[in-house]
Design a protein around this ligand. Structure first.
Ligand SMILES: Nc1ncnc2c1ncn2[C@@H]1O[C@H](COP(=O)(O)OP(=O)(O)OP(=O)(O)O)[C@@H](O)[C@H]1O
Length: 496
């Protein structure tokens, strides 16, 4: 009996560990499984709901069975039986409450540490080469190990606390079965059933034992639920935190960016209702911009209008907020004061951003060049092979066609691993030429290329009719953005 109960506790514990893992994934899916977060979250939510519904079904049925067996117990033992069993349940609940409280906070702490540890793993996996260049393997190993040790320490503490809870639950179960005989022994020895024959007495004892044990069993079920409740409380707390963060982020979203402008738009969706000229892409009025996490002020009272044909170059020292200004233009950061209006859409008919770190998705060479149009128009087919090949030639990546085995050949490599920084920047330009937007926002997009190549690429952009908003350090770039200048915080904007 003892063995069966321990095994049950262990199985429950392992089950809870498994369940914790699943919920953990739902919380860290944003970091690790960005490719398919919706599916992961829906699977986890499904499991979570199953656990809740099993708990709810037990809670719904319990009152009926409790009422029936309380009546039966009262019938054979009088008030003594039900009162002592109810009193026993109340004491059990109080003890459980005391044992449960520290487990919930420990479980939340464990979830957080597990997330930190996995995030560290992912960070090393993504930056393995950089770490190897720094010969920082031992350092990273030590740092990861430190996180693992603190996670294991918390898990050990959690197990100790859970051990006491399980001891409490099992003790309640065993003492309960003894109580069933005690409650019938009292009326028997006090002479209530002195007129019964031994056979009738045995029948009475056995019937009462059955009823009492069943009644105590109902209470045991409720007490057992406490271990599930502690798990659910911990996960609910953690998921609640995630939800609150997402809600507050959603609330902070810049109002100037409508839902339509938050995604790519291939139709000419400019409504023309704005009082500003149709050729204006961005309108900034007395904008003050600060780093969201630290509040450090980067830009103060910047007013700027970026319109078609008037390229802008943003220059300045490192860390002065050039990229941050682009983040604000792209709606990723909110201004502290003033207003930023984006009056065009994302995509070929509007604006395309080339960020400082090039990004390449998994897939064929074509998918890299037309990114992200394949997902927007999956049936685009191979109608524009010629254009893609021409743009690859223009950026000096003809050999990539041979390396990839053609435009549509599936490749098993990670594009960021096999391309040099310069090649990545060239491929990003091929993408830009293919998309051919009205406005191109270029954040140090040619930092790994020579001045000549930079000049050529910028020249093609202008030939294709793009208005450029670029961040760069080289004086040679200024010629492309030739014109007057507007001061801007620690940096400068120069207009063509
Ligand atoms: N996500 C972030 N969280 C906290 N601080 C940030 C974040 N991104 C940037 N910062 C800080 O904001 C400041 C401006 O950063 P930004 O990237 O705009 O600089 P920059 O002018 O583009 O520099 P560089 O020329 O080196 O690219 C820096 O001090 C940087 O440390």
């Amino acid at each position: 009996m003892m063995y069966v109960s321990w095994r049950k506790s262990l199985t429950e514990y392992l089950h809870s560990c498994y369940f914790q893992g699943q919920v953990y994934y739902s919380l860290h899916v944003l970091h690790e499984d960005i490719d398919n977060p919706d599916q992961r979250i829906s699977q986890d939510v499904e499991r979570f709901c199953r656990q809740l519904s099993s708990m709810a079904s037990k809670l719904i049925i319990s009152p009926f069975t409790l009422a029936y067996y309380t009546y039966q117990c009262f019938h054979s033992t009088g008030w003594l039986g039900p009162v002592s069993i109810f009193g026993y349940f109340i004491i059990g609940t109080i003890v459980n409450k005391i044992l449960m409280s520290p487990i919930v906070s420990k479980l939340v702490q464990q979830e957080k540490l597990e997330g930190d540890f996995r995030f560290k793993h992912m960070q090393i996996r993504v930056n393995a080469e950089t770490v190897a260049f720094y010969r920082a393997g031992r350092v990273e190993h030590m740092r990861t190990d430190r996180r693992l040790q603190s996670l294991l320490q918390t898990q050990r503490e959690l197990m100790c606390k859970e051990l006491w809870l399980y001891i409490g639950i099992n003790t309640f179960d065993y003492l309960g079965s003894i109580l069933s005989y005690v409650v019938i022994a009292i009326p028997i020895f006090s002479g209530v059933y002195s007129d019964l024959s031994p056979t009738e007495l045995i029948a009475l004892v056995s019937k009462n034992a059955f009823v009492s044990i069943y009644l105590i069993g109902c209470f045991s079920q409720l007490i057992d639920l406490s271990s599930t409740i502690t798990d659910v409380a911990g996960y609910t707390h953690r998921i609640g935190e995630l939800q609150e963060t997402l809600l507050s982020l959603g609330r902070k979203k810049n109002d100037n960016y409508s839902e339509a402008k938050a995604s790519w738009d291939l139709d000419n969706s400019h409504s023309g209702e704005d009082p500003v000229p149709r050729d204006t892409a961005f309108l900034l009025e007395r904008v003050t911009l600060s780093v969201p996490s630290s509040g450090k002020q980067l830009i103060k009272d910047l007013s700027l209008r970026i319109s078609q044909g008037n390229s802008v170059m943003i220059v300045g020292n490192t860390g002065t907020g050039k990229t941050s200004l682009l983040r604000a233009l792209g709606g990723l950061w909110e201004s502290t004061r003033g207003s930023i209006k984006m009056l065009t859409c994302f995509g070929p008919r509007g604006v395309v951003f080339l960020p400082q770190r090039p990004f390449f998705t998994d897939g064929s060479l074509r998918e890299q060049v037309i990114y992200p149009l394949k997902e927007i128009y999956p049936a685009s087919g191979s109608a524009d092979d010629e254009r893609i090949v021409r743009f690859l030639e223009l950026v000096g990546l003809t050999d990539l066609l041979a390396r990839a085995g053609g435009l549509d050949e599936p490749v098993d490599w990670n594009w960021c691993d096999i391309l040099s920084p310069g090649e990545m920047q060239r491929l990003s330009f091929a993408r830009l030429f293919y998309l051919q937007p009205k406005y191109a926002v270029l954040d140090e997009a040619t930092s790994a290329l020579t001045e000549d190549v930079e000049h050529e690429l910028y020249h093609v952009c202008l030939q294709l009719g793009m208005t450029l908003i670029s961040v760069g350090h080289r004086a040679s770039l200024e010629k492309v953005h030739w014109g007057g200048s507007t001061p801007c915080c620690g940096g400068k904007t120069r207009g063509r």
